[in-house]
Write a protein that binds this ligand. Structure first.
Ligand code: MN
Length: 305
């Protein structure tokens, strides 16, 4: 007989639903030129959830005409930024000559790699009229071997993001990365990543498979969800870090007051040293100093106007 604790690294080999280990409430802060975000990490309590470096929930914020704020020209190196808009219109431009608009449901998966300078601003028409801006940005770390690869964009319009629903129609999921309800994402990732947007109507239930070697979290955009075998309630603006297991059990109360929106994020941890300075995330302090020099000397380019 093998003793149960003989599995490598002390990782449980037990199948079954993951329990909630900790719940963190997002910290409210200002980002870019001064737009409001809720940020479950990085915070003083949680630096990162390997391989994820940041999760920002932008808004929802209602801007008047001419008021909307974005993020003017700034660099990135060594990781990926993933922007998922829920409401509003953004325009982005970068030092590679790339530009485009993002609207509700669209996803931009930007691999900064060796470096880009970009801007993320409200689209001109949105800026004139004002309106509600709402979205998510996550930062996905790149493994050491991929930090200096050429920049790449994957821009997926809302209509091309795979969607699925449970047979009772109470749960829908948009598959940004990974797989859910037998649908596979169209976006490629450098290491295994799962990024799902679930919408649960009252009384909705779903079981999401998550491989045992992934770190996993749930962040609630709106409403409340009941997670795992201990039926832990998690509310808007809260992140639940999950323990070991091979599924996430999601449910909403039958008498819930409206729909719940949440994201599931999971990935295989890189387990590499992280050296981080603002928009640069490398493995060593020397690589950070190099990134700062390269940016100052214009080697990440500049945005042509
Ligand atoms: Mn950026």
């Amino acid at each position: 007989m093998q003793p149960r604790d003989a599995t490598p690294n002390g990782v449980s080999d037990e199948p079954g639903p993951r329990t909630v280990e900790t719940i963190a409430t997002a910290v409210k802060t200002l980002e870019g030129g001064g737009f409001p975000v809720r940020r479950p990490f990085p915070t003083a309590a949680c630096a990162a959830v390997d391989p994820f470096l940041l999760l920002d929930h932008l808004g929802p914020v209602s801007w008047g005409p001419g008021e909307a704020i974005g993020a003017p020209d700034h660099p990135h190196r060594g990781f990926e930024t993933v922007t998922y808009l829920l409401a509003g219109q953004m325009r982005h431009k970068d030092s590679q000559g790339h530009q485009g608009n993002l609207g509700p449901g669209d996803v931009q998966w930007m691999t900064a790699g060796a470096g880009v300078v970009h801007s993320e601003l409200p689209a001109a028409k949105f800026q004139r009229t004002g309106g509600v801006m709402h979205g998510l940005q996550i930062w996905v770390n790149l493994p050491a071997r991929a930090k200096m690869i050429p920049p790449r964009y994957q821009e997926i319009p809302a209509a091309q993001i795979p969607q699925a629903a449970t047979p009772d129609g109470r749960v829908t999921v948009r598959v940004i990365a990974g797989e859910a309800l037998d649908r596979s994402a169209v976006i490629d990732t450098h290491t295994p990543i799962i990024y799902l947007h679930y919408t649960l109507q009252p009384g909705g239930r779903a079981v999401q498979a998550i491989p045992r070697d992934h770190n996993a979290l749930v962040y609630v955009i709106a409403g409340s969800v009941v997670l795992g075998p201990e039926a832990t309630a998690v509310h808007e603006g809260q992140m639940a870090m999950l323990g070991s297991g091979d599924t996430i059990d999601l449910a909403t109360a039958a008498n819930a007051n409206g729909a719940t929106d949440l994201i599931v994020l999971a990935g295989v941890p890189l387990r590499e040293p992280v050296a981080r300075y603002g928009p640069f995330v490398m493995n060593t302090e020397a690589e950070i100093q190099q990134a700062i020099r390269d940016y100052r000397q214009g080697r990440m380019g500049r945005i042509q106007t």
